[in-house]
Design a protein around this ligand. Structure first.
Ligand code: SF4
Length: 464
């Protein structure tokens, strides 16, 4: 059966099948399998169960493997569930790593208009997806709260006929949240997603605002949302800057202290305004991997000692490692999630294939601009501007990925590769995307193979 492999070290090899079921074998045993075709009875049985080997004349394993592959890819028919509305570019923060050209709070011309929002909503409901999530972004999205209110009510009105599974998220720094906004979020079950970079000094160093009180306002906001809407209605995201690299434990502890049960250890994005300013520091993928591994080790020890906290990226990969449910995380899908996983409506009516594509446009690169809200949904989705990068993002036919044992867990990021290497597929040997993901995949396999507690923890994350 089709299988690929990767050497973990001189003694161990990880073997995977087309859908990402995997097995770690001793090298001598692996050599027996591939050269002589005579595995031990125990290995033969395990590899047959994982659709890696079939006996002559057996057809059922091929049919089962094909069924699993079809199940994994079935989400493709429900294209574009995430619709991001950039309701304003205005912001009262001046973050060091800001990826958009944030505008001063008085610059009303950088707000989305109601007409643009109405046209964008036509696109939202033209998508065939039974699940629709509308995410409000900025700038600071709450600076245009009146438009958020209008869009939510209008979308709900349209949905009385459409009957989709409709959800809303507001991405906000929470500095400006007030009781009226909380009342509205409570009434419409709106989730709030905020930024929290770790301890107060680090967060305020990265995220500047008048009064230098960004951390305090974010923390107060998290508690207010949690008290009013419940713990599931607020989440936080961190961005790793140069200053974060030596402090993974302190960052994670700050989340635990706030009662947050998940943290997403994210590298800085190489796009837009941040790239021009280089304000957040430009560390390489290897340094970020060291940070990530240290952070994950701390998270495992916290769990082992009875404090539950999940590293969200590892949990997404664990779902691929230990189940057949593709979590459809846009950066780890094949073909890529641009346009068909999520799409962006900018404040001025431009439509971008991804948020990163919009950020790139801040550096005058409009490669991922698909059109405007005045174009039809069909024209947007069938334009070569979307189809070309999608075509090149299919990992099974991408040079390097086609041979990679981790291909079923991985994905592709045409925006990242275009921004950093000048083409959609990228050269994987030199790709920071590949270095980061390959490093994480091998680390998770090694952890699961060497530490039964870590394996159980990853397995548990993978079942959620
Ligand atoms: S990007 Fe790298 S890790 Fe991912 S499938 Fe391609 S070669 Fe493998």
């Amino acid at each position: 059966m089709p299988l690929r492999f990767h050497s973990l070290d001189s003694d161990r090899v990880v073997v995977s099948n087309l859908v990402g079921e995997h097995l770690v074998l001793a090298r001598a045993e692996f050599d027996e399998v591939v050269s002589a075709g005579t595995p031990s009875p125990e290995t033969l049985s395990t590899m047959r169960a994982r659709h890696m080997i079939r006996l002559p004349d057996e057809t059922l394993p091929v049919e089962l493997l094909a069924m699993k592959l079809r199940t994994q890819k079935r989400r493709l028919a429900d294209m574009t569930s995430l619709h991001m509305f950039v309701v304003t570019l205005r912001c009262e923060h001046t973050c060091r790593y800001c990826q958009v050209s944030r505008q001063g709070t008085e610059r009303g011309e950088y707000d989305m208009s109601q007409d643009t929002a109405e046209a964008a909503l036509r696109h939202v409901f033209a998508s065939p997806s039974p699940q629709l999530k509308i995410e409000f972004q900025g700038g600071e999205s709450l600076l245009n709260f009146e438009l958020i209110r209008w869009i939510v009510e209008r979308a709900e009105e349209i949905n009385e006929l459409e009957r989709r599974d409709l959800a809303f998220v507001i991405a906000t720094n929470l500095a400006l949240i007030d009781d009226e906004m909380l009342d509205f979020c409570e009434a419409h079950r709106i989730v709030l997603s905020t930024s929290l970079d770790g301890p107060e000094d680090l967060h305020d160093h990265n995220r500047r605002r008048p009064g230098q009180d960004s951390w305090q306002r974010a923390v107060d906001g998290i508690e207010r949302v949690r008290d009013r809407l419940g713990t599931d209605y607020v989440s936080a995201l961190m961005t790793t800057t140069e200053e974060s690299l030596e402090r993974p434990e302190a960052i994670i502890d700050s989340y635990v202290d706030l009662g947050l049960t998940g943290i997403f250890l994210r590298p800085i994005s190489p796009y837009g305004f941040a790239l021009r300013l280089r304000g957040g520091g430009q560390y390489d993928a290897k340094r970020w991997l060291e940070f990530y591994k240290r952070g994950l080790a701390h998270i495992i020890e916290l769990n082992r000692a009875g404090t539950p906290i999940t590293e969200i990226y590892a949990a997404i990969i664990a779902k691929k490692m230990f189940s057949n449910n593709d979590p459809a995380y846009v950066d780890l899908t094949s073909p890529a999630g641009i346009g068909i996983g999520g799409i962006v409506y900018n404040y001025d009516g431009s439509i971008y294939a991804s948020d990163e594509g919009r950020m790139l446009a801040e550096s005058d690169d409009q490669t991922f601009k698909l059109g405007t809200v005045d174009d039809s949904w069909t024209d947007i989705m069938s334009s070569n501007r979307l189809l070309s990068p999608l075509w090149e993002s299919y990992t099974l036919s991408s040079p390097g990925c086609d041979q990679c044992a981790f291909e079923p867990w991985c994905g592709s990021d045409p925006t990242f590769h275009h921004a950093t290497m000048g083409d959609f597929a990228g050269h994987k040997t030199f790709s920071a995307f590949c270095t980061r993901n390959m490093g994480i995949f091998t680390h998770l396999v090694e952890l699961a193979d060497s530490d039964p507690y870590a394996r159980d923890l990853l397995w548990t994350w993978g079942q959620r």
